[in-house]
Every structure is written in structure tokens, then in C-alpha cells.
Ligand binder design. Structure first.
Ligand SMILES: Nc1nc2c(ncn2[C@@H]2O[C@H](COP(=O)(O)OP(=O)(O)OP(=O)(O)O)[C@@H](O)[C@H]2O)c(=O)[nH]1
Ligand SMILES: [Zn+2]
Length: 286
């Protein structure tokens, strides 16, 4: 029995990397009957049948997983947000951040299209709001490789962000050495909107990056209105009178006081209230 990580899923085969070898495996029948089917990124136990073939016998516990693209055990999600075209939106970025936190994945903020910048105040504001909580990188397509030099080291990364933010551009610039693959990536990306794509992890700096960018729109289906506050990690340090305070209408709310005192950005609080209301309204329809 060997342990490895699934780096590619295609037509019922799972390609498992173990000790720098890749094995073509199938999942045993019982996986197909359960909700738990193997995902790219899963660590699995597998039995070798032939020299480079085998079957998966067990999926090891997952740290996290997402559906688009279908990947497990993600170390970080690179949230792309363009400065312009489309315009930078604090609210949209906060949605992506909250979604990542709700799925237990570390967000890394990548602000793209810096070559289009005509507003230095905006850049300062982005830094002020986020650099205390997350790593923030500023880049553009001419400088991606320099700007993001150490981000991928030894990690499994997935790209996400609003449509048009520059995800596929970033992937193509990061992986030019895959001369065959780059074409595949752009073709796949063009097709990707209407077909189910098989995802593949591509080696980068000792880690992996998923060859398919993730969600570009978000629904908060797996979190309720009582827990969404924990996805705004910068709120956690403030004490409220009530431990169960949702920072909405409660008296002596430390979060609201921090916003009023200018310690917490108004934009973060506004995003929180908007997402809270969205979840609350959704629940009421049930
Ligand atoms: N000026 C400028 N344009 C860029 C940059 N990066 C990407 N673009 C352009 O922005 C547009 C959208 O880029 P994509 O890479 O397709 O964006 P995406 O996030 O993959 O978009 P979706 O596939 O819709 O999710 C394209 O026309 C790119 O050429 C950049 O750094 N600077
Ligand atoms: Zn509160």
C-alpha cells in the first residue's frame, strides 16, 4: 500500500503522484456509491497492480475542498481583483474573502492590471484595508513572475476572482514553460464556461497550481447568519457586550465601535452587513 496525492482526474482515472512517480489509478467501486468520490488534491492510499497502475483504497481526511474547480486540500486561494476594467470593488473582494474563509482556505489577494492604475489613493486604501489581515500583491501581466515570486512555494494554490480580473492571463504568464499546456489552458478556459472540465494540478515551485481558475460568482450556501461574522477575521479581536453579538443591532458592539473609531474600515463592515442580510433573507424564504 502506498500513499500519494491525486494530481489529475480524467475519464474515471485518477493520476496519483507518489515519490515523484505518477500512477494511473481507478477508484474502487465503493467510492462511486458514496458521496465521497476522490478529488484532485486528495491524499489517498492506493494499491499498485502493475508497474504504474493501481487502485485507490482510501481517501485520507480532507482539510478542505471546493466544487469549482473540484479540488481538495487547498493551501491558498489567490483572489484576483483588477484595479480597473473591471473597476476594483471592495465589496466583491470581501465576498471572495468571506467565501474562502467559510471554506477554510487561506485567501491571498492579488490586485491585477496595475499598468492601468490612475488612482494612487485607491492603492493606498487597498493596502490599509487588507495588508493587516492578508498578503496583498500588486501585479500586471508584464510583471506577474517578478511580483509573485515566492507565493507558490510548496503550496497547492487555486485562482479565483471576478470575471475579467485576469485569472487566465495570470495562469498563462505563470506557466509559459508548459509550451503545450498553455494552449491547452487557453482552449480549456474558452470552453470551460459551458462544459465540465477535468482539473489538473501543475507543478510550480515545489507546489501545485490548479490549471482551471475557480469560482467567479459566489453563493454562501454552506454558512448561516450566525457564523458569517467569523469569516471577517479582522472583527474577531473586538469585544462585544454579548458573546453572540452579530454586530448588527446589538448594544455595546465592539465591532461597530471600532468602525466608528476608524479602527476597522467602513467598507469591511458594510460588506459584512450586506452579506449577512443576503444570508438572512435567503433563510426567510424557507
Ligand atoms: N492592461 C491589462 N490588461 C490585462 C491584464 N491582465 C489581463 N488583462 C486583460 O483583461 C482581460 C480579461 O483577462 P482574463 O485573463 O481573460 O480574465 P479572467 O479573470 O480569466 O476572466 P474570465 O475568464 O471571464 O473569468 C483580457 O482582455 C486581458 O488581456 C493586465 O495586467 N493589464
Ligand atoms: Zn458586536
Amino acid at each position: 500500500m502506498q500513499t500519494g496525492q491525486i494530481i489529475k482526474a480524467l475519464s474515471g482515472f485518477y493520476y496519483v503522484e507518489s515519490n515523484n512517480e505518477v500512477y494511473e489509478t481507478r477508484a474502487r467501486g465503493r467510492f462511486r456509491k458514496t458521496a465521497e468520490s476522490p478529488l484532485v488534491g486528495d491524499y489517498v492510499k492506493f494499491q499498485i497492480e502493475n508497474i504504474d497502475e493501481g487502485y485507490i483504497t482510501e481517501i485520507l481526511p480532507r482539510r478542505n475542498s471546493i466544487i469549482r474547480p473540484p479540488v481538495a486540500n487547498i493551501d491558498q486561494i489567490l483572489l484576483t481583483a483588477s484595479l480597473k476594467s473591471p473597476d476594483f470593488s471592495f465589496y466583491l473582494l470581501d465576498r471572495f474573502i468571506a467565501y474562502s474563509e467559510a471554506n477554510d482556505i487561506q485567501p491571498v489577494i492579488v490586485v491585477t492590471k496595475n499598468d492601468l492604475n490612475d488612482d494612487w489613493d485607491l492603492i493606498e486604501k487597498i493596502k490599509t484595508v487588507y495588508s493587516g489581515i492578508y498578503d496583498v500583491y500588486f501585479t500586471d501581466k508584464a510583471h506577474i513572475n517578478e511580483d509573485l515570486q515566492d507565493v507558490f512555494k510548496d503550496k497547492l494554490s487555486v485562482l479565483a476572482g471576478q470575471s475579467g480580473a485576469g485569472k487566465s492571463t495570470l495562469l498563462n504568464t505563470l506557466l509559459p514553460h508548459l509550451d503545450l499546456k498553455t494552449d491547452e489552458i487557453s482552449n480549456a478556459l474558452n470552453r470551460g464556461k459551458h462544459t465540465t472540465r477535468h482539473v489538473e494540478l501543475i507543478s510550480i515551485d515545489g507546489g501545485f497550481i490548479a490549471d482551471t481558475p475557480g469560482f467567479s460568482t459566489i453563493e454562501f450556501l454552506n454558512i448561516d447568519k450566525y457564523n458569517i461574522k467569523f469569516c471577517f477575521t479582522d472583527f474577531n479581536q473586538y469585544q462585544c457586550k454579548f458573546r453572540e453579538c452579530l454586530h448588527i443591532n446589538e448594544p455595546k458592539c465592539g465591532v461597530k465601535a471600532a468602525v466608528e473609531a476608524g479602527e476597522l474600515p467602513q467598507s469591511r463592515y458594510d460588506s459584512y452587513v450586506k452579506i449577512y442580510n443576503e444570508i438572512d433573507n435567503r433563510k426567510e424564504r424557507y
